[in-house]
Design a protein around this ligand. Structure first.
Ligand code: SF4
Length: 231
């Protein structure tokens, strides 16, 4: 039996960030993370239960039958830490769900091509002074699967330099045009952030959008679920 360590399964709710912001969905939060970000809002969720992949899919199918919501966001922790995440994606897709994954990108996984992959590398403002592990796993992930890159910035120079460093790696590797969108969000959602910082982030996005390779791919967003106070 293929098992997964789960922190929580919840919904219906809405996706609060990224390209699918506002989309109604269910969340599957898998437990365990290989990073330790300062502003992590999920490290406090300690509940861990082990559940067969088939049971997770069955539960979501039953809920979707009532709500007609067939979009699933698999998040963490880092969902790619658990090999059976791939099986979960496959089973959900074969049951006509659409699937989105959130990861910081430190672990490679051969995901089904229909999975919408959000990679959110965590930089200096998250306390990752070793500048994310832009190692072999990250490179292989961005080379092999189409993805959005999502950056959470504090408006400072260090985070900006980190983002530019990642984009340079991306540009160097992604001849296959795998990079779909670049999403820039302020830390903590706009409600807690100084408006000056948010303006600075918009300026950074505009400057980035002027570059030939990133034209029309850059979006600035906030974290809507934090403002709305929903999970
Ligand atoms: S990568 Fe995400 S889940 Fe892991 S510590 Fe950082 S913010 Fe938390």
């Amino acid at each position: 039996v293929r098992m997964l360590n789960v922190s929580e399964i919840f919904g219906p709710t809405m996706q609060g960030e990224g390209t699918n912001i506002g989309k109604l969905c269910y969340f599957v939060r898998l437990s365990g993370c290989d990073s330790n970000c300062l502003w992590c809002d999920t490290n406090s969720i300690k509940t861990v239960f082990t559940m067969p992949v088939s049971k997770i899919v069955l539960r979501l199918k039953q809920q979707a039958a009532e709500s007609h919501i067939k979009h699933i966001v698999i998040t963490g922790g880092n969902p790619l830490l658990q090999p059976n995440t791939r099986k979960l994606c496959q089973k959900l897709l074969s049951n006509h769900f659409t699937v989105e994954i959130e990861t910081q990108g430190t672990i490679y996984m051969d995901l089904p091509s229909d999975v919408h992959l959000n990679i959110s590398p965590k930089g200096p403002s998250a306390g990752n002074v070793d500048t994310m592990k832009t190692g072999a796993h990250f490179m292989k992930l961005i080379e092999s699967h189409s993805h959005d890159l999502k950056f959470v910035l504090d408006g400072g120079e260090e985070d900006l330099a980190f983002m530019q460093g990642i984009l340079e790696i991306e540009q160097h590797l992604c001849s296959k045009d795998n990079l779909k969108r670049i999403i820039i969000q302020p830390v903590n959602g706009m409600h807690e952030v100084n408006v000056t910082i948010y303006r600075k982030i918009i300026e950074q996005a505009i400057a980035l959008n002027l570059k030939e390779n990133y034209k029309s791919r850059v979006r600035t967003l906030t974290q809507l679920h934090k403002i709305a106070g929903v999970e």
